[in-house]
Design a binder for this molecule. Sequence first.
Ligand code: FAD
Ligand code: FES
Length: 261
Amino acid sequence: MRRDEKATLVERRALSPDASLLCFRSSFLASALRPGQFTMVRLPEAEGLLLRRPYSFCDAEPDREQFSLLVKEVGRGTRALARLPEGAEVDCLGPLGSTFTMPAPEHRPVIVAGGVGIAPFLAFSRALRAAERDATVLLGGRTAHDLYLREEFEALGMDVRCATEDGSFGEKGRVSVLIDDALAGPVQLYSCGPTPMLVKVAELARERGVAHQVSLERRMGCGMGCCLGCVVYTSEYVRCCSEGPVFDADSIQWDRDRHPL
Ligand SMILES: Cc1cc2nc3c(=O)[nH]c(=O)nc-3n(C[C@H](O)[C@H](O)[C@H](O)COP(=O)(O)OP(=O)(O)OC[C@H]3O[C@@H](n4cnc5c(N)ncnc54)[C@H](O)[C@@H]3O)c2cc1C
Ligand code: FES
């Protein structure tokens, strides 16, 4: 059940020169959200920002009535959100979209994430930990700065492995250099990040016969299935905001559906 909720910014933490973790108070959203879902955020005071912007729920603490968003500044909307003063209120429509599903007991979860695609996996890792499941978390970025929340995944006891394109942390190269080793044995793969990374991960998973859930990003106008601005090609057109953002990666026709952004 989604609602349009007021959420108050209670804390901001810089994660890198252009990314922040924003912690909001909303008792409803903190309890209702499920890993993989997202919210459409409107900044009532931001002039000229007509459309809401989509953000994955990053983490939730229902006991404290709080949830967090990881925000990377790429344009006007993300910049305005990242720079909100503490105490400000935003309108959050949510929780929206589909969720990651738990791996079968015999499958080891392997998470592959890059950039802001790391965001939805903190809540998911927390759910895995609550179910006493261990996961391998492969994080990729251009530099060490982009390996957001690495320490939080480690604190949850996840097996975290990193790759950076400039070699400043972990293996040198894209996160795909880490995948081969991680796919040994029965595995359930989860991914979110830049489309070239997702295409590569989907290819490797398909070659190895590994089940793979992928979270996709599209430009979104409404977030509720009305505007058809976010379609993804499977065997037919589906809406990323309402049938997704989490899909079975094998259902995506990657060659017909390169990222439109
Ligand atoms: C389901 C979903 C979950 C997301 N989760 C997060 C998250 O957790 N943290 C986060 O920082 N961002 C997330 N995004 C991306 C975020 O919504 C966009 O970066 C944001 O809408 C850009 O708004 P803007 O006004 O800052 O940029 P604009 O001024 O609109 O555009 C600036 C640049 O951002 C690109 N852009 C615009 N919309 C998107 C989009 N939807 N996805 C990717 N690039 C875009 C544009 O092509 C342009 O290059 C998510 C997107 C979706 C669809
Ligand atoms: S964003 Fe409007 S239909 Fe998906």
